[in-house]
Design a protein around this ligand. Structure first.
Ligand code: 3PG
Length: 212
């Protein structure tokens, strides 16, 4: 199964900002226990790459890189075993570097022009950032009208109650956000909180898919 197909199946992408790579293994297990088998490890901290590498080694867990801003970061993410990579914006050089290393790129977009450019370059699965500020589900509906073959990953300002409304839309392949994985909870080793929040999100996902 491709990484995008796996992310679509999981439906929720936690956005991780981590300070200690030694927490990554337990974090991945806590997410799996909550019913979410993937995460985006942002490269915003020096620990990001090592955490990604550790999480990628956890059986049954799909580890991606987040906040991939440069070609060098794209290469480092690929070397660390990222299955997918996410950017807040779209840079063809970065996206090409990721793809050249066998990693699935999910570029970020905010406007119709950016969607059109990314789609024209072959990216039919894009992150919409910051989705909440841009207008939430209604904004994605407006984008989906002309871009019939593009699927969206809303991120930025997504709240727990937004999971159902987003995932009920056929043009949304997954939702993404940090609320399940607070930076302080990771640092404190509060993995029960992470599993509890993940389970709630997974239940909202399952309810949306069941049509309720
Ligand atoms: C990000 O890149 O920070 C993500 O979009 C997560 O945003 P959030 O913290 O608002 O969930």
């Amino acid at each position: 199964m491709s990484a995008v197909a796996e992310v679509t199946r999981i439906g929720i992408v936690p956005v991780v900002v981590i300070d200690d790579p030694g927490r990554a293994h337990a974090l991945a297990e806590a997410l799996l226990a909550g019913g979410i088998g993937c995460a985006e490890f942002t490269l915003r901290t020096p620990a990001g790459i090592a955490a990604l590498r550790a999480a990628a080694a956890v059986p049954g867990f799909l580890a991606g890189a987040g906040t991939v801003l440069t070609v060098d970061q794209a290469k480092a993410a690929a070397d660390a075993g990222a299955a997918f990579a996410v950017s807040p914006g779209y840079d063809p050089a970065v996206a090409g570097a990721v793809a050249g290393h066998g990693v699935t790129m999910i570029p970020g977009v905010a406007t119709p022009t950016e969607v059109q450019r990314a789609f024209g370059d072959g990216f039919a699965h894009v992150k919409v950032f910051p989705a909440g500020l841009l207008g939430g589900p209604a904004y994605l509906d407006a984008l989906a009208a002309p871009f019939r073959e593009v699927a969206f990953l809303p991120s930025g300002g997504v709240a727990p109650d937004d999971v159902g409304p987003y995932l009920r839309r056929p043009h949304v392949f997954a939702v993404s956000g940090s609320w399940m994985v607070p930076r302080a909870a990771i640092a404190d080793g509060d993995f029960d909180l992470i599993s509890t929040r993940s389970r709630a999100a997974a239940e909202a996902r399952d309810a949306a898919r069941a049509g309720s």
